[in-house]
Design a protein around this ligand. Structure first.
Ligand code: NAP
Length: 222
């Protein structure tokens, strides 16, 4: 398949590119500073804080799917980048008639309200007692601004008319790829507290062949 990887130089992004190339896909990598990409990958430089829409459209044109692991490398300098960048990606996809997009959000985002969804559920249905009353509220207190941006990002996708899927992992680790992880539609994974970045990338690629994940939030954890 012809795939466009956004944030291709990030933690998950690098695994996405490597695994897609190894799987024989034709990969275009979008990054603000493309570097150290595997041979054969077409690189397109786009800073999504102030996107060059022509360059972004050229990276997306003709793609079967866009996979994005965009997020703030630096919480201050990159604040709001996930929603801003995703809005630009969605606009470019709509203009280029590319339909499928898979992005990374985060497990604690479900109960975060946004204007289009003012009354979200109080708890994610997959969370057990510990996550409901301690883990998720604690991480939301620490990363509230970023989770608000991820909730906005999810809303942009819900409003896009595209064939979107949101992956919501818990804590990411740099452990090697296992290919063994649990997933669930529209809920977090009970007792799933972490997952390797490599496995999140593996699952994002697998979901391209899983039409049941279209327009769904998907929980993943080891
Ligand atoms: N950390 C966790 O435990 C955790 C848990 C659950 C969910 N998540 C979510 O998963 C996301 C991805 O995780 P990760 O570890 O892969 O993140 P990461 O390594 O920080 O990668 C973020 C990517 O976004 C890119 N980026 C940031 N600002 C950009 C801009 N203005 N223009 C273009 N690209 C830009 C970065 O580019 P550069 O390579 O140029 O810096 C990098 O490639 C996180 O952002 C977070 O929302 C994280």
């Amino acid at each position: 398949m012809k795939l466009t990887m956004v944030a291709a130089t990030g933690g998950i992004g690098r695994h996405l590119v490597e695994q897609a190339v190894a799987g024989g896909h034709d990969v275009t990598a979008v990054a603000r500073r493309p570097r150290d990409l595997p041979d054969g990958v077409r690189a397109v430089a786009v800073d999504l804080a102030r996107p060059d829409m022509r360059a972004l459209a050229s990276a997306i044109r003709g793609a079967d799917a866009v996979l994005s692991a965009l997020g703030p490398r630096n919480p201050r300098a990159d604040a709001g980048i996930t929603s801003r960048g995703t809005r630009a990606i969605v606009t470019a996809m709509q203009a280029e008639h590319v339909r499928r997009i898979i992005i990374v959000s985060a497990a604690p985002v479900g109960p975060v309200a946004v204007p289009g969804r003012p009354k979200p559920p109080r708890h994610d249905p997959g969370d057990g007692i510990f996550m409901r009353y301690l883990g998720a509220p604690l991480t939301r207190a620490m990363f509230g601004r970023h989770y608000a941006d991820l909730a906005m990002t999810e809303q942009i996708l819900r409003d896009s008319g595209l064939e979107w899927t949101v992956s919501r992992p818990p804590k990411l680790t740099d452990k090697p790829l296992t290919g063994r992880y649990r997933t669930a539609l529209n809920r977090n994974i009970r007792g799933g507290f972490s997952v390797p970045r490599a496995d999140v990338a593996h699952h994002m690629l697998a979901m391209m062949d899983q039409p049941e994940t279209i327009k769904q939030i998907v929980g993943i954890a080891s």
